[in-house]
Write a protein that binds this ligand. Structure first.
Ligand SMILES: [Zn+2]
Length: 64
């Protein structure tokens, strides 16, 4: 089923949620704690240095 889910950044995205009513409610609650995929992509493009997981892959091995 498609649901209009409001994310932490206050954007609403239509998400396809499956499972029992209980599972869907849990996913909606989980999404409301997160920023939406669009904002996440935007943020990581603007601030690659603030993403520790990303930085770990960009440090050359020889600098260690
Ligand atoms: Zn957003």
């Amino acid at each position: 089923m498609l649901y209009d889910v409001r994310f932490r950044c206050n954007h609403v995205h239509t998400m396809a949620l499956t499972g029992q009513a209980e599972d869907r409610a849990r996913k909606i609650a989980w999404y409301s704690q997160m920023i939406c995929p669009e904002c996440r992509a935007h943020f990581s493009a603007l601030h690659p240095d603030s993403m520790p997981a990303f930085r770990a892959f960009t440090v050359p091995a020889r600098s260690m």
